[in-house]
Design a protein around this ligand. Sequence first.
Ligand SMILES: [Zn+2]
Ligand SMILES: [Zn+2]
Length: 648
Amino acid sequence: MRSNVSRFQHVRTSALVAACGWALAAFASGARAAPAPPTPTPAVDPAPPAVSVPSDPTDVQGWLAYRTAHDLPALPAQATVLYRMGVEAQRESDAETAVRFWRGAEELDPGYLAPRLTLIAHLLARDPSQGLMEIGRLAALARTSFRLQHFMVTYFALYGLTALYLATLAVALVLCWRHRNRLRHVYQELLGRYLPPMRAGIWAWALVALPFVLGFGIAVPAAFTLALLWSYLRKTERFVFVALVAMLVVSPWVMRTFEQLSLPARTQDPPFYSTLDLDQEGYDPARMAEISGLASAHPDNPFLAYAEGWMAQRGRHYDEALVAYERAQARWPQEARIPNNLGNIEFARGNAPQAEIHYKHVIEMAPRWAAGHYNLGQLYTARFRYAEASEEIAQATALDFDLVRNLQARSSGQATPALAEEWIEPSIQWQAMFEAAETHGHGAVVPPVWQPWFEGRGTPVAVWALLFAVLGLALGLVLHHQLPARVCGNCASTVCRRCATRRRDQVLCEECAALLTTATTPEFGRLLLFKRRREARRRLGQVRTVIAFLIPGYGVLAFERLLLGWFLAGSAALCALLLLTGHAPFPYDPRVFTGAPHPFAGIAVVGFALTYLLSLLVYLSLQGHAHEADAALDTSSGRAHERLKRAA
Ligand SMILES: [Zn+2]
Ligand SMILES: [Zn+2]
């Protein structure tokens, strides 16, 4: 028994080995190490089938025949090789061959996600209708597969939440930076009472930066700084602060949810033990003994009972299978898959009346599930009741076309028809996962992406965030009461009542006020002020443009379009995350990712490019408007200047 972590690494390396050369023999001998064994040894199968191992890795039909003959659910190693060959073909610009290989990989191992995702990305760019059909097939597969559902939910929850958090943090940091001078100025003025101006200035900067170097990560200090600035923030800016604090406060709950979601990755834990990918394994006596041992050690666990029945059924130990399934049925009386499998066993034994009873029971329990109708149809066909058979098959086809098509393809040329069988209903597994996580505490399991973050530490983060937010608000109100910071009406630099000069209705900074006093005439003073204002704006605009070109979303934020900036930052963060760390949150069901470490790389690149473009376009248009407004101000001031001259 090995953990999925080591399995994950093993499968990754074995996939590489397989792709380098056609080393199938090595794969077959190491079969149990991979999640699903590609070939049983002859000792396992009582009657070695006539179909031999195809010599050509691209002989999909040969491999399918081999799989059917050996009653294997999937050929993961062969599928991996074929998928890699498809990737190679695509590199050599042979798209047609690549698509053929990927489709082959998909057929050899239906649960293998990499070829499906690659096909979707490839087809969406070239033939969108085919791409959509492929998405539909993936969705149909996800309906019946807990593994796939679990993967999708954890993957998108992890990256979605991370992107949302990073975007909020980025917006909060931009706000801290934008308002930094207010805080610094107030600190400087207050320290200036006790220190010479130069040292007061340095200490003021140190005080602004201090929270960020105390070891509380980035988000808690950002929240603290925004809390200090509360009096100066506009409504949407305050909303960013509240959102950031709220995220930090609920972070322990998010961690807890991910801990529950990580349960399937801990393969040896209840309630699943090691049964989660059993439907992908062929019969193996050692594995059968392992499952039976676990089932007798945990007689109340229906997953193990079902797994024992499933494995025994694969090995044609029907008596054992019946007993095990009945134990599972006692715990899950509403699970239609159990009577279905019982029906299949009776069918295989030639006990048609009993099989018919079971199948009718299945249809009664799950009338919308195609398997019951299909199997009953096959039974009727075998009993020469063709009219009823075609009616049942028609119903099954209407419910699930792909299932019927695949089973009929598998049945062609076989003495006995392939029957529909499915692993345990996903909803049962979801429920069991959350219930087990309630009863068994496991300690924090933080997804690897979050491990280096202070914000991933659970409860302490929530406590610190609340504490710092309250402290910051209180301190900020005191500071604001003591010495409110304002901005110069001309150059927008920070002033306070100590250093500001009031000119009619305007508050001016020392430098601006000095310009007015040095000017010989009021008009000249005005001109000097406008010049200074234009200079300040131009400098600011240059810095803004450089950063806006570097960081998507910044330009929009700089023009105070907070919500759009937030959205752009979030989408850029999501795409960057998918590109840089696109692995699964937990090393669980490695086959999902074998050979495709970044399954959404194509979509992420397109998404990032679109976000960048949108961000830049919006920025440039806002910049244009700002220039126009400035120019209008300049000309109106020019006119005013003319008027003043005339008046003189
Ligand atoms: Zn000024
Ligand atoms: Zn001041």
